[in-house]
Write a protein that binds this ligand. Sequence first.
Ligand code: IVH
Length: 672
Amino acid sequence: MSSMPSPSPQIVRRVERLRKELLDHDYRYYVLAEPVIADEDYDRLMRELQDLEGRYPVLRSADSPTQRVGGEPTKQFASANHNPPMLSLANTYSEEEIRDFDRRVRELLEGEKPVYVAEPKFDGVAIALTYREGVFVRGATRGDGTQGDDISNNLRTIRSLPLRLRTKDPFLMDLEVRGEAFMHRTDFEAMNEQRETAGEKSFINPRNATAGTLKLQDPKLVAARPIQIFAYFLFAGRKRLATHMENLRILRSLGFPVNGDAQQCTSIDQVVAYWENLEARRDSLPYDIDGVVIKVDNLRQQDILGTIARSPRWAVAFKFASRKAETQLTGITLQVGRTGTVTPVAELEPVFLGGTTVSRATLHNIDYIRELDLRVGDVVVVEKGGDVIPKVSGVVPGRRPAGAKRFTMPAVCPVCGSGIYRTEGEANYFCENAACPAQVKGRIEHFASRPALDIEGLGEAAVEQLVTLGLVGNVADLYALAGKKKDIVALERWGEKSAQNLLDAIEGSKTQPYHKVLFGLAIRHVGTGVAKVLATEFPSIDALQEASPERLQSTQQVGPTIAESIAHFFGDRHNRNVIRRLKEAGLQFTTAAPRERKTLAGKTFVLTGTLPSYTREEAAAIIEQNGGKVSGSVSKSTTYVLAGDDAGAKLAKARSLGVRVITEDEFKTLVQ
Ligand code: IVH
């Protein structure tokens, strides 16, 4: 066992200290949203802890913040029993039903007046969390209410979930906490966009995305997904608990995220008012809700009321009316997203729904249309969820006009006319033309992003300006910007200095290695990892372009999907054209060590006269980028005088000293 060093008491203390600090920062950042240290400092502490746990495996522990990055994959989830069982709620849909509920409660309480707590009904996935001696030991799905799946390792990755309770109260060390896992709509949308770029199926809504995520076998994947939680139920065997509202306060003090909208209501009128108010605010919340949950606040009263058929008599769900309407489908058109995804859109006879007139709705993808057997002319059901984009959720039977035809996917992109294609097993069609106007901005942003060509100053806003004003139409155009500096300076929020910085950054990107360029081209399914493998296996882009599908697939990590995607990319003449221009601009398209570009090292230039195509500043910048120096006066140590029209005294001096005089054309061959 000599290879397993045992830690000194100082190390043990340091590890404990680091854990406490990191868990505390997690809490401040993810629960309170009030971070107190910089990300780099957090990362530094985390690395130190990871390092110590790596060196002293005996110190590893399930409640360490290092576990948030995700442990080993599981083949099958163990089952988890729920004690007490996870109940379900009876649903009500109208004021009348909610008043009935109130009447029943008062009857059963024999005249005692109940206080209610009203809170949002989160549209997520129910979870059960078990703590022993203050430490998170198990987390499970609801399953059938008495038995679910043990998904502890997945839940441990959720940054806002306390791995240790923030309490010293011995009666609050062993708990059962229930709550909801969910995703913010904006996080969900960003995640879907990323998935589409990677060629993966997008999720239909945040709840599906959450459920799908929590069922993943690999916690490392879960760690990368934006899951949040709210706790709303506490069961503490040894603590005397009095009211639900008090429990919410306790949960908050223990370190759980608890929703702030729970409210005590002393009458059923107040409950109805709460429901109306929340319904009106529904779309402005960052997450989806589908109604209000009403609970009798007093826990003793809850006991009296009890449970029937797996639903408590002390609580009820008061759902929002679903925002559905029927209307006629007048056409199906195609929309092309930033990443080239081609999605079918329903054109509808305008219909009033959830406060707005809806005339278009998403149809997700061609499979969805086939599943519904949707045809133009059909009367369809349109639904609005929490998000603003309405969707077609069904067809009204028996209303189909005679002769209504099935929809077939057009063969070309509606925006640019290039061919569109779909790989076996994928939901979406894609337009693979990198120059397609619908995708131009997204592709340029990707190209300039840090893991790709890392061009500083070329973010979303800059790309937007450059593309909108026609200065750039594809990534190759970036390398022609040097000649358009004046146009950039003239843009809003730009000046001489920022324009030059951008041009320098673009110039600098020419030395980025081949694998980054390959990644930057945004070939579907070619992420950073695959790009590296390809760059090693095919040391030039020509070799990659000419490789047969069999040759491609013999490469590690490259299967039929990637091979097909690469073939499609190079099969498009717009793409080949962009690559040719990037090559001409001097980007790295081979794995060979980057060409030494400091060709002018040790050489001193003097500029004089007016050059045909460069300004003085531009010429000076090129010289400096190539390692040369620019001086104001001619001397014996001057290597070249770069002379344009109307050159005067400096040219004469050069001649008298025997310094070599060159034209702009000669200069260009020097720096090529
Ligand atoms: S309390 C006995 N509170 O609704 C009551 N449930 O049908 C136990 N839900 O799947 C649940 N928001 O996941 C409660 N604020 C909330 C809730 C909530 C959503 C879900 C829960 C469960 C279902 C119950």
